[in-house]
Design a protein around this ligand. Sequence first.
Ligand code: SF4
Length: 471
Amino acid sequence: MKDKCGIVGIHSKDSSKDVSSYIYYGLHALQHRGQESAGIATYSDNGNGLKHYCGMGLVADVFKDNQIDELNGEVGIGHVRYSTTGQSKLESSQPFITTFDDFVIAIAHNGDIINSKHLRKELIDEGYEFISDTDSEVLCYLIKREYENSKTNDMVEILENISEILLGSYSLVILVNEDIYAMRDPAGMKPLVIAEKDDFYIVASETVAFDVMGANFIRDFEPGEIVYFKDNKINSHIVKKAKTCQKAHCMFEYVYFARPDSVIDGKTVYQVRLNIGKELYKEFPIDADVVMPVPDSSIPAAIGYSRASGIPYGEGLIKNRYVGRTFIMPTQEERELAVKLKMNPLVSELKDKKIVLIDDSIVRGTTSESLIEILKEAGAKEIHLMIGCPPVIAPCYYGVAMASKDELVAANNTVDEIKEKLGVDSLGYISLDALIDSIGISSEDLCLGCVNEDYPTEIPKDLEVETYYKF
Ligand code: SF4
């Protein structure tokens, strides 16, 4: 299961201040949200206009020192990408750039516009020529079309109008010449936060981007909020659609995607994961020698279980953090090899021990199967697997690369059957109520679609995915 993307946008209040290195460090802090490509676009009023550079790979590999220097500008946006819509290739990297009339526009997008195929076809029929298969290019041309049709150059009005036809999840930062506009979708599915540092206003996917810059967090974006910076102050507009739209913050941001040191919609992700561990102990009190996480995202939940139970916390799997993507491995044997490459067992901590192993989720079950095999080979006496999210029984239609229903182990097997498949001594999934309590946000304001099939919107069975959702 992979997350979408990370975005950063910085507006300098003082036209002599360069934002490029801050964007670079912000992207570093958001690297966990996408490792396939990285890009920065900046704009300078001093005659240099737009500068733009994207590349495949990690932030540190894409940008060398001189590239950051060359990207100097007083406003800018950045993006790290994991492909959900569009293939993994340089043309699909962001920010995506377009120009028309006096406008130079760059867009960085986190989420999935689920009717983008339909919108793309509409735009192609109207004569727009696409060079990539991304949602961001669709957004660029929608802005252009709206500008031409409505004869307004008021970007807030343009975005308000576009929000009426966009279906799906999106957090956006848009550079329009020397101005930045940022927007969160009307259901608030993807996180987006705002901060201030001396001469800068900063927006980003997660608060960790502010910590690295030494910026002060101001607040989360409201669902459907457009923020722009004019006269060196924060200006805000809530799109009409937000008034009729149910809030639906993605539950998985708390369970797995976001960094534990981020705060999303008022909730510290680390604390949520500690709570999950405590709740797991309440629901499944196991007598064991040690509590261990599947690193890294499950570490706080394992600490929570350990604190609640009094069972020592330990590490039995050591993660090799330098291994890249492995999910494209075609055979089970290769996937097992890939898991072994990522996780090495610490035999001295595992041999003859009764273990509570905490993981955030089970999707296909193949990774869990390989991990359990590794622990058994290392001599673990008993393995009790505790999962910090209820069974994932349905796919995500909102931009999380997960799996189809056929591939989801919990959609096709009972908990007992999964326990047998994995070969563990016991298997416990946190209940939905305990998960909601752990997050501390009303279930009505969360998206829980992949665990209870209660998506924020109705899903007519006979429709194409891009026409399912009407926010
Ligand atoms: S379906 Fe699941 S992964 Fe997708 S947005 Fe909703 S909670 Fe998040």
